[in-house]
Design a protein around this ligand. Structure first.
Ligand SMILES: Cc1ncc(COP(=O)(O)O)c(C=O)c1O
Length: 388
């Protein structure tokens, strides 16, 4: 990193680190091509554009996710349509996804929430049946593996984030991966103001933006890659301990890892709090439990505290985006959008009362730290009557 700064070659066209990072990502994920970009948000936008999502198309996204999953669709003039998630995994419910498909649907963005791989077999089968693109939001899931394949390499393209909180961080940064050379070349142009790979500096072929990753970020990521396996092993070991031990406590339900989950990516660890089983008849709320856990020194918290569609951006979409396509462009999909009417019960239940989240730094602790977490839950359950 110091060498990059002192060397003065800070940009991808005169340095070698961004290109080396793309090669490392290809080797790590097994994808044929990787394109480094400035953020996970940029990766999603570039992937949708390069895959052929057009203004006025509909793109199905889970409601339990970070805003960028949906705003990436808006950035390319498409309309996000929300689908529900499964309570047991917090991931896209294939049935709800299929129920949202219309003649305007062009793509789906499954999110590997907190790093846990989605049910990609079911999602791909539905998508292929309806001729839809599958752009994986693997921004939390660089460490996730589905049926032996890296999260992000299963659909038409996959997107990663290297933002500061992620398991492979460089402050900001992102990348997309794909096996499709045409998609990859288009993505390269969108990222690099319309240039072609290997093309002349002042020759521009398509409409593109400047979404380049810097050499400093790439150098940092290359060194992070060297630490990643050891840190991921620690997260996996600790999460397995938490999963087994917390599952013994009535009313605490760790996320279900289906047979296709070869490895949980562990951006964090999610579970559910079922008050009626944890403290029968007491009406103990999640907020009270979390306050008590904080007092015990356990930084367990809520992940998303409201469904994405309950943000003002969506509730007041026609006003909030009146100057932005697709809302300003008269597309029927935008005219039909009425996010105030969306109600997805599992997402609402997880956000309002059930979901519990252990952020990934906590999974880097010692076995003793993990035992403290389990002991705190057991203690609070034993004294639940005093909490309410
Ligand atoms: C699910 C998901 N999608 C997209 C993003 C966007 O990534 P970035 O912050 O790098 O733009 C994030 C980042 O938090 C995310 O969690």
């Amino acid at each position: 990193m110091g060498d990059v700064i002192r060397g003065g070659r800070w940009n991808r066209w005169n340095g070698e680190h961004v290109v080396a990072l793309e090669a490392t990502l290809q080797a790590f994920t097994g994808a044929k091509r990787a394109v480094a970009v400035s953020s996970g948000t940029a990766a999603l936008e570039v992937a949708l554009k390069a895959a052929g999502v057009r203004p006025g198309d509909e793109v199905i996204v889970p409601a339990y996710t970070f805003v960028a999953t949906a705003t990436a669709a808006l950035q390319v003039g498409a309309v996000p349509v929300f689908a529900d998630v499964l309570l047991e995994t917090h991931n896209l419910d294939p049935g709800s996804f299929e129920a949202q498909i219309t003649e305007r649907t062009r793509a789906v963005i499954p999110v590997h929430t907190s790093g846990l791989p989605c049910d990609m077999e079911a999602i791909l089968a539905i998508a292929r049946r309806h001729g839809l693109l599958v752009i994986e939001d693997a921004c939390q899931a660089i460490g996730g593996v589905w049926n032996g394949r890296r999260a992000g390499t299963i659909g038409d393209a996959g997107c990663y984030s290297f933002q500061a909180s992620k398991t492979l961080p460089s402050g900001e940064g992102g990348a997309l991966v794909t096996d499709d050379d045409v998609l990859a070349d288009k993505a390269f142009g969108r990222m690099h103001i319309g240039r072609k790979p290997g093309g002349a500096f002042y020759t521009h072929y398509i409409l593109g933006w400047n979404y380049r990753l810097t050499e400093m970020q790439a150098a940092l990521l290359l060194s992070q890659f060297r630490r990643f396996p050891e840190l991921q092993r620690r997260r996996v070991t600790n999460a397995a301990f938490l999963r087994d031990e917390l599952a013994r406590i009535p009313g605490i339900v760790p996320v279900r890892e289906d047979a296709y989950v070869t490895e949980h990516g562990l951006y964090g660890y999610l579970g559910r709090f079922l008050s009626g089983q944890f403290a029968p008849g007491l009406g103990l709320t999640r907020a009270t439990l979390l306050r008590a856990l904080q007092a015990e020194g356990i930084p367990c918290r809520v992940f998303y505290d409201h469904p994405l569609y309950q943000n003002p951006l969506f509730l007041e979409a026609h006003e909030a985006m009146k100057d932005d396509c697709p809302f300003a462009c008269g597309h029927p999909a935008a005219q039909a959008a009425d996010y105030g009417k969306v109600s997805l019960p599992n997402t609402e239940r997880l956000c309002a009362t059930e979901s519990l989240y252990f952020p990934q730094p906590l999974l880097l602790g010692t076995r003793r730290d993990m035992q403290d977490i389990v002991d705190a839950f057991a203690k609070l359950r034993a004294h639940a009557a005093h909490l309410v």
